[in-house]
Design a binder for this molecule. Structure first.
Ligand code: ZN
Ligand code: ZN
Length: 271
């Protein structure tokens, strides 16, 4: 991944300054809500935020290996998908219809998991809530989304073992599809869900890259990043933009919020 390729030996990312430029300071990403003039109050809030970030950075285990965290889930997923693909037999075209159907289902699963698992204190699963809402959302706000150091992947990516947990969660659905439709469909359910999860991880990481990074400048990534940055507004994080990939279920369930579009709608029209 480019984030690591462009990192220095100790993992520090090449940002313009030690403390990344606030998101609101870059015109192409600026929104009026984020363009508040820096006064004493906001300067104090910014310094408190930096102090909290430093505390969270100190929580990263000394033995944490960001390179392993970055590549192992993708390699594991590629391996599982390759094994699953090797079991495909006599593939018929209509069996491929399960793939787009599963993409819709997993988009709904993403919305549900983000809203109720990552932002809800579910007994025995509180660690997931802590890592997401109390670590990830505190380290990165709508005004300060960029990572400074590759070791911060600890606060951005979900733990690598999540691939195996997902495999267990998906297994009943794969078996069901295998029984109701065909073994091939069951295999596609597994492959689609795992691949979707890895796409989620890489997309989410791209939203937290420094703004100077070429990936951040891609128009599609920039738009998706803006939606995700809105979700990182502490006042909005429990209400809007739970889809990190494509906002299909946010749109269906009325939780999609794009400040730029809302602002344009609110602009008075001149004859
Ligand atoms: Zn995020
Ligand atoms: Zn969240």
């Amino acid at each position: 991944m480019t984030a690591v390729k462009t990192a220095t030996d100790d993992g520090a990312l090449p940002t313009a300054s030690e403390h990344a430029t606030p998101e609101h300071a870059t015109p192409e990403h600026a929104t009026p809500e984020h363009a508040t003039p820096i006064d004493d109050t906001s300067a104090l809030a910014a310094s408190m935020h930096q102090a909290r970030r430093a505390e969270l950075f100190a929580l990263i285990p000394p033995r944490y290996n960001f390179r392993a965290h970055l590549v192992i889930p993708s390699l594991l997923t590629a391996f599982i998908c390759a094994v699953a693909a090797s079991f495909l037999r006599d593939l018929r075209g209509r069996e491929l219809a399960i793939v787009p159907a599963m993409l819709v289902v997993t988009n709904g699963g993403e919305w549900l998991a983000h809203k109720y698992l990552l932002h809800g204190r579910i007994p025995f699963l509180e660690e997931i809530y802590v890592r997401h809402e109390l670590h990830h959302h505190v380290a990165y706000t709508h005004q300060d989304m960029a990572m400074r150091h590759a070791r911060e992947l600890w606060m951005i990516l979900v733990p690598a073992y999540a691939v195996l947990i997902l495999l267990v969660v998906v297994a009943p659905f794969a078996v069901l599809a295998g029984v109701v439709f065909s073994v091939n469909c069951g295999l596609f359910v597994t492959m689609t869900a795992l691949t979707y999860f890895i796409a989620y991880e890489w997309l989410h990481l791209s939203y937290h890259l420094p703004l100077e990074h070429p990936i951040s400048r891609h128009p599609i990534v920039a738009r998706l990043r803006r939606l995700h940055a809105t979700h990182h507004d502490p006042a909005l994080m429990k209400r809007f933009n739970f889809n990190v990939t494509i906002g299909l279920f946010d749109w269906l369930l009325g939780t999609l919020y794009d400040p730029a579009r809302a602002r344009n709608r609110a602009e008075p029209t001149h004859p």
